[in-house]
Design a protein around this ligand. Structure first.
Ligand code: TXA
Ligand code: MG
Length: 324
């Protein structure tokens, strides 16, 4: 089928209240018409996602943000003009017409314009913004290929658009504009350095609010099923009688005794590492290991988002230790 025809078919599904999984530059999304609450409700069912976790709304034109939010502060416009389409999500006061199920009852909505031709064509052809979380079961690793989506959600989604592997590989950076100063809610595919070079210092949230306003920030999230620890490995020998895998940033030294080794970037390039991260973790997760050891990497550029995901993926390990 020609690409145009496929997009038209996908847009028909969205218009009729169905679900379409689609590629973006960050990760694959599971989309529904943002203005159809019943369609959006199905996203939560299919993902087994708790209703307190709001969705990002995807637009195809800068000006479409005005369909969704009351007011766009100057700095938010500056960033949108500079980085959209791209891996940046802006959290702003929502318009009343944005359904509560999209925002989990919050007075705000998260908006972004993805940088992928299939995503942009789909949104345009559907004639409405598309609400979409990452196309994975809640709490699991985000999908960066169409095959990842088919494996987990293939039977429950009307159509999976295949746009090849995602170029960036980690989810968008989320910035909130609710307070005087912009606040980082989730590090992601656009580096903090790049954002700050345009609008100056951003608040990096460290406060422990009682209610998670961004469940992507829940301690345990983005997790493989295999236990994972973040730390310098002591060599495979120290894990005697255990099947241990290694997630290495560069080519590792003394990793021969690991059952399975994944190297994120031989050249030590953090962008390349981000692009490989989730697929590498999935392969490790499929290797029947007792433990995955993930080497720490520098927390600059995309390293901040990578380390954020690794810490969250490893959190259940820390929790079990605390509980004992
Ligand atoms: O790159 C991405 O952002 C991908 C692609 C598909 O666009 N989407 C994605 O969606 O990662 P999801 O649902 O997996 O993560 C969205 C995060 C959640 O942690 C959610 O809590 C937060 O965005 N979020 C959504 N609306 C929000 C709001 N109004 N205020 C604060 N956080 C919000
Ligand atoms: Mg997600």
């Amino acid at each position: 089928m020609s690409q145009d025809k496929l997009i038209r078919q996908a847009a028909e599904i969205i218009k009729k209240g169905g679900l379409v999984a689609f590629p973006t530059e960050t990760v694959y999304g599971l989309g529904a018409n943002a203005f159809q609450p019943l369609a959006v409700a199905r996203i939560f069912e299919v993902k087994r996602r708790p209703h307190f976790d709001p969705l990002i709304v995807h637009v195809a034109r800068h000006e479409d943000i005005e369909k969704l939010v009351v007011d766009v502060p100057a700095e938010a416009w500056t960033l949108a003009n500079r980085f959209w389409p791209g891996p940046l999500t802006l959290v702003l006061q929502k318009k009343e017409r944005v359904p509560d199920i999209v925002t989990a009852g919050l007075p705000t909505v998260a908006v972004r314009m993805p940088n992928h031709p299939l995503a942009l064509d789909l949104i345009r052809e559907s004639g409405s913004p598309i609400a979409a979380p990452s196309a994975n079961l809640f709490g699991y690793l985000s999908p960066t290929t169409a095959q990842h989506v088919r494996e987990q959600l293939g039977n429950e989604v009307e159509l999976v658009l295949d746009g090849g592997p995602c170029q960036i590989g980690v989810e968008s950076t989320i910035l909130s504009f609710l307070e005087e100063k912009p606040r980082l809610l989730r590090p992601g595919g656009l580096s903090l350095e790049e954002i700050e070079s345009v609008i100056g210092p951003v608040e990096v949230n460290t406060s422990k609010e009682s209610r998670p306003i961004s469940p992507g920030r829940l301690p345990k999230h983005y997790a493989p099923r295999t236990p994972i620890v973040v730390g310098q490995h002591a060599g495979g020998d120290s894990y005697r009688n255990k099947r241990v895998g290694l997630l290495s940033f560069r080519r590792p030294q003394g990793a021969l005794s690991f059952q399975h080794v994944e190297v994120l970037s031989e050249q030590g390039d953090l962008r390349q590492a981000a692009a490989n991260l989730f697929a590498a973790l999935r392969r490790l997760d499929a290797s029947h290991l007792d433990l995955i050891v993930a080497e720490p990497m520098p927390e600059t550029g995309l390293g901040l988002a990578i380390m954020d995901r690794l810490r969250r993926a490893s959190h259940h390990e820390d929790l079990t230790r605390c509980e004992k």
